[in-house]
Design a protein around this ligand. Sequence first.
Ligand code: FE2
Ligand code: FE2
Length: 192
Amino acid sequence: MADPAESTRETPAPRVVLITGGSKGIGRGIAIQLARAGYRVAATHRSGDVPEGVLGVRCDVTDPGEVEAAFRQVEAALAGGPHADDSRWLACALLHDIGKLAAGLGIPGRVLATLVGRATDGAVGDWEEYQGLRRRIALYLRHPEFGADMIQLAGGRVEVAHWARAHHDRARLDPSLLPASVVSALVAADND
Ligand SMILES: [Fe+2]
Ligand SMILES: [Fe+2]
């Protein structure tokens, strides 16, 4: 039998909402309504802008489930701790790989680039001088620095740009910018 307390127990309101496709249509409408209702809203978009007060994540979401999973995982890992409710760390989870867009690769190309990067230990920098797939792979493997530059140019937070730059080379991490528990949560949620 169902616990009667169960049905009357209030579900806590979510603190953060991620909307995929927040620049137009119903996604934009929902983002506006939720932001007005006091939620902290992040929205992905490919073109156009997200509404005022919404954290925009410009990406071609070929796998929105993956982006959302990382976001939720970081939020859950930080919940109840000293770093909960800090949008910088959620932005780190969402934006750290944004530099991958510079390569213009689809999913198969990204997988290939990752494998090439592992097989060569990233030593394919001179492929940038080629055209076509080799150049795209070389650009993809430099996504941390491209991502950090993109975030900085867009006026993003210094902590977010720093995580984008250092997330594959954590010896570069500045502990004064990113607390160790935040780094652990971000690393655990990252699957590449
Ligand atoms: Fe990455
Ligand atoms: Fe990643």
